[in-house]
Design a protein around this ligand. Structure first.
Ligand SMILES: Cc1ncc(COP(=O)(O)O)c(C=O)c1O
Length: 470
């Protein structure tokens, strides 16, 4: 592993001025207007491996991996060289109609090789949301080509996250992401329950819970009408919805129901692919089902370049590309198959192969999960869950009843602030701290994450007690 040899001179930055400029002009994704107005944002200025540095030079272990994406770690010379080389050679070429470029064609072939089964065709876009949007439009195109003009309805799950374009946000089902100030597609998108056993009705066995979730999907298809339901969109592990790993058998069970009713299965692997669960893709290798479409982004380039991929089956391709219809697939972007992004993805995959990062995750993932579980003895830790290098700690006011803290406490943020001050970044989502560290993480860094989280939670417990909330 070779990281940047150029140390950053932090004295060049005026943190207060950056913060002011940011506040005045940059509208952040998920900006909370009141909080930004009061506190501003933390400017990150440099990164190396699993560490990031703010503009004052403070170092943090980034246990979030950027945003589930810095899989091979940041600051790699080799990535910088591959990107620079492609920029020098050819920074851009149109992918439209009848032109292509070498990195895009090579990457599409590589993804077809790595993806399971007959997922042999790839549409490239700019990130996860556009990969989902592409799947959505591809499904419309496919159903129309088959003469099934009514088969356009989508089923997804409460708490799922699929991106923030109009369609992908409408497919997503996180209540907190659907404030009334925005509009959504509502007439053709349906949400069923989240398979989160921790929040199941008390006394219900996991087997009965699973059965109920599967029945719910089948009932929804029958209620909307199998001739109307086009596709089921699902993350194999809910990410932003709280790192929820469905009960064993859920994936296979939902897939079988989809097969039964001619419903396409779109596996949103924007987070779970490219090593996060120790495999290139999780659908088949971890959860034993063969999707019709896999959407990927994030770890595909480890965040070095924006890129999304919609990898779909020969079954779909054979229908849409049937000759003699004069069809044109009027979808895609100026930057579909961007040569620099594709060159970055190819180098990223090469590094993951050469450094055997997938077997490394298969080793370190269980250690990470086991160490995090040791936090379960703490008074406000209700659940510790995850798989591979995705994890989350759920905080509760009362462990026995699983009662949540009032949202106004923002308990996840309270604890993540404590962690920040100790050099650790975890992601607060309401009552959760979510983690997805770079795949290069080692046992010592895992130990640091766990001991720092322990200290941060205990500091928060002290505060809560002092203020009479516990
Ligand atoms: C499962 C999932 N799908 C889609 C997206 C959207 O990806 P992007 O932010 O690259 O558009 C995300 C982003 O976090 C995600 O977690």
């Amino acid at each position: 592993m070779s990281f940047s040899s150029q140390p950053t001179d932090f004295t060049q930055y005026d943190t207060a001025a950056i913060s002011e400029t940011d506040r005045a002009h940059f509208l952040h994704p998920w900006q909370i207007f009141d909080a930004i107005a009061e506190e501003g944002a933390l400017p990150i200025a440099a990164a190396e491996g699993a560490y990031i540095y703010d503009s004052d030079g403070n170092r943090y272990l980034d246990a979030v991996g950027g945003l589930w994406c810095t899989n091979i770690g940041l600051g790699r010379e080799e990535m910088a060289d591959a990107i620079a080389e492609q920029v020098r050679k050819m920074a851009y070429a149109s992918p439209f109609v009848d032109m292509t470029n070498i990195p895009a064609a090579t990457l599409a072939a590589k993804l077809a090789e790595l993806a399971p089964g007959d997922l042999n065709h790839v549409a490239l876009s700019c990130g996860g949301s556009t990969a989902i949007d592409t799947a959505y439009r591809l499904i419309h195109f496919y159903q129309n080509c088959r003469g099934k003009q009514n088969k356009k309805h989508i089923i997804s799950r409460i708490n799922s996250y699929h991106g923030s374009t109009y369609a992908s946000m409408s497919i997503g089902g996180k209540p907190g992401d659907h404030p009334p100030e925005f509009d959504y597609i509502q007439d053709t998108i349906h949400h069923i329950s989240c398979p989160n056993y921790y929040r199941a009705e008390a006394g219900l066995s996991e087997a009965d819970f699973l059965e109920a979730r599967l029945q719910e999907l089948e009932d929804k298809i029958l209620q909307v009408g199998p001739d109307k339901v086009a596709a089921f969109f699902a993350e194999p592990v809910f990410g932003a919805g709280g790192v929820i790993v469905p009960p064993q058998g859920y994936h296979r069970g939902t897939w079988e129901i989809c097969q039964k009713y001619d419903v396409l299965y779109v596996s949103d692997e924007v987070v779970t692919a490219f090593g996060r669960l120790g495999h290139w893709f999780a659908s088949k290798e971890v959860f034993d089902f063969q999707p019709d479409i896999i959407c990927s982004a994030k770890g595909l380039t480890s965040g070095y370049q924006p890129l999304g991929a919609t990898i779909y089956s020969s079954k779909i391709h054979n229908v849409i590309s049937e000759l003699g219809h004069g069809r044109c697939f009027t979808h895609g972007f100026t930057y579909s198959g961007h040569p620099v992004a594709c060159a970055a993805a190819l180098k990223n995959i090469e590094i993951m192969e050469r450094e055997k990062l997938l077997p490394h995750v298969q080793d370190i993932g269980p250690y990470f999960q086991a160490q995090l579980k040791t936090l379960s003895d703490l008074p406000i830790v209700g659940d510790v869950r995850g798989i591979g290098l995705m994890a989350c700690v759920e905080f509760v006011k009362d462990k026995a009843s699983k009662e949540r803290f009032d949202e106004e406490f923002d308990i996840g943020k309270w604890i993540s602030n404590q962690a920040d001050s100790r050099g650790l970044i975890v992601r607060p989502i309401v009552n959760l701290n979510v983690m997805s560290p770079p795949l290069i993480i080692d046992a010592e860094q895992v130990d640091f994450i766990v001991s720092t989280l322990r200290e941060s939670i205990l500091a928060c417990v002290d505060d809560l007690k002092q203020q009479g909330h516990l």
